[in-house]
Write a protein that binds this ligand. Structure first.
Ligand code: C5P
Length: 238
């Protein structure tokens, strides 16, 4: 029998008969403000799974080492078992969200070079900002490991900025998480969906991501469906 290993805000992780493989179940739950805002949204789990599977497959085909093995049902995928490094690795191409609120900058400023930030993954502490020397002092990741994560993040940014541009979406910012395999290799983990990135429609500048939910801008599922439809047109189905 499969055992539940972890139940998070939007996903569950289950064991499988293979010790190195985990089954991820995407749930119909949306959260914001670190879980303080929470709602059931029918169909969301399926949309996140489909979008993330398509993107991870695309990244894998373009040379990025990821945990993704394959999608196994509408709401489930199989991934390689990794030890998650407790960092949120954020890249920003355009000012938005906390960058704008923190520095009093209007949303929409296009940066000359991507802004890179790291946050310590901790619900109790509200995911505080953490710099390189703090990461070293707390032995969260070595300098080399951190460099590897940034190398991968920069490649992901290039690949996905170009991919989204082809479907008339601007990749404003995104958050990645990484894990270490039993062989000590750092690979991309977690998910890539409009839950953890900001996408603006190239022409209308309409929000096509979780800000629709965070800011009560309208119906989240129809926006995610639109992102999926555009991706499927470009990449085919999973
Ligand atoms: O909130 P903030 O502007 O710092 O978010 C930057 C990017 O990181 C956004 O795309 C957001 O969706 C993502 N993020 C995330 N999980 C968090 C914090 C931010 O996916 N806990």
């Amino acid at each position: 029998m499969d055992e539940l290993i972890y139940s998070g805000k939007a996903k569950q992780m289950w064991t499988t008969t293979d010790n190195d493989v985990i089954r991820v179940v995407y749930m119909d739950q949306a959260t914001a403000l670190n879980g303080k805002k929470k709602d059931q949204i029918a169909g969301k789990g399926q949309l996140n799974n489909q979008i993330s599977s398509l993107i991870f497959k695309f990244l894998k085909e373009n040379g990025i080492a990821t945990h993704f093995i394959r999608k196994v049902s509408a709401t489930e995928e199989l991934v390689k078992k990794v030890k998650i490094i407790p960092l949120e690795v954020v890249t920003r191409n355009i000012a938005a969200g906390h960058f704008s609120s923190r520095f009093g900058i209007e949303e929409g400023l296009v940066f000359k070079a991507p802004v890179e930030e790291t946050y310590f993954k901790s619900d109790e502490l509200d995911d505080p900002f953490i710099n390189e020397s703090q990461i070293s002092a707390l032995e969260i990741a070595s300098v080399t490991d951190l460099q590897t994560m940034w190398q991968i993040s920069r490649k992901v940014n290039k690949l996905l900025t170009a991919l989204f541009k082809e479907i008339d979406l601007q990749l404003v910012d995104f958050k990645l998480e990484f894990g270490k395999t039993n062989q000590n290799e750092i690979i991309l983990a977690d998910e890539f969906s409009p839950d953890n990135c900001r996408l603006w429609d190239l022409k209308s500048k309409k929000h096509m991501d979780k800000d629709v939910y965070r800011r009560d801008l309208g119906d989240l599922t129809s926006v995610y469906e639109e992102v999926l439809t555009r991706l499927e047109k470009k990449l085919g189905g999973t």
